[in-house]
Design a protein around this ligand. Structure first.
Ligand code: COA
Length: 189
């Protein structure tokens, strides 16, 4: 089968250096298991990948501690695996990660879920995986009894702003001052 190009989904995606194609039909999203050494290693690798595309340099100590830290402190971490694609150890390749934390809503006397990080690897972008990660996150947040989702997004991140707006976050539209960080909230019904 000829893999769909980025044009099939309407957005430019980064060409895969490895030539791998991630078919949305074979993607499974599940919570990371921090008792599983493979998941710990996967989370560390994807945090590094997200830092790289964000032009952030992680200190060596953070590289060692970030996954155990998230295991203790995050509400949940979702991983998207491609069951149709194997990595070097013959395991499904992980193509996306979402890190979520529980925060308070005083006015609701309840809790909400803050999406702290969402990262889809370049080879898998533009195929609806980011949107599916948000849906699964919303399901988990509802199951936890949370009233809404919140997040922050850089004003110059057009792809993320568009994803969040079309998902239901009230992220502002249009031009914003350079360097802006925008807040978005999405009620959960
Ligand atoms: C932003 C990101 C999470 C989007 O994930 P994705 O899987 O590529 O997005 P999807 O294929 O699910 O697309 C969903 C929507 O996002 C928007 N979108 C995605 N890529 C886009 C692009 N290149 N340009 C404009 N909008 C885009 C569209 O609104 C799209 O909906 P549509 O296809 O119905 O038009 C992904 O590009 C990514 O990980 N980027 C690097 C890290 C990052 O910026 N994370 C967000 C930090 S706040």
């Amino acid at each position: 089968m000829t893999p769909p190009t980025s044009a099939d989904h309407g957005h430019p995606t980064t060409d895969s250096a490895s030539g791998k194609f991630h078919d949305p039909k074979t993607i499974r999203i599940r919570p990371a298991d921090f008792n599983d050494a493979r998941d710990v290693a996967t989370v560390r690798r994807l945090v590094q990948g997200f830092a790289d595309v964000s032009n952030v340099t992680l200190s060596p100590s953070v590289k060692d501690t970030v996954a155990p830290f998230l295991g203790r402190r995050a509400a949940f971490v979702l991983l998207a695996e491609d069951l149709g694609s194997e990595n070097d150890t013959k395991k499904p390749e992980t193509v996306a990660m979402l890190i979520a934390q529980r925060i308070l809503s005083s006015f609701e006397a309840g809790e909400r879920i803050n999406i702290h990080d969402l990262y889809v690897i370049p080879e898998a972008q533009g195929r609806g995986i980011g949107r599916r990660m948000l849906s699964v996150c919303a399901d988990h947040a509802r199951a936890l009894g949370c009233s809404d989702l919140t997040l922050e997004v850089a004003g110059d991140n057009a792809a993320a702003r568009s994803l969040y707006r079309t998902f239901g976050f009230d992220v502002p539209e249009g031009e914003v001052p350079e360097g802006s960080v925008l807040y978005g909230k999405c009620p959960l019904s």
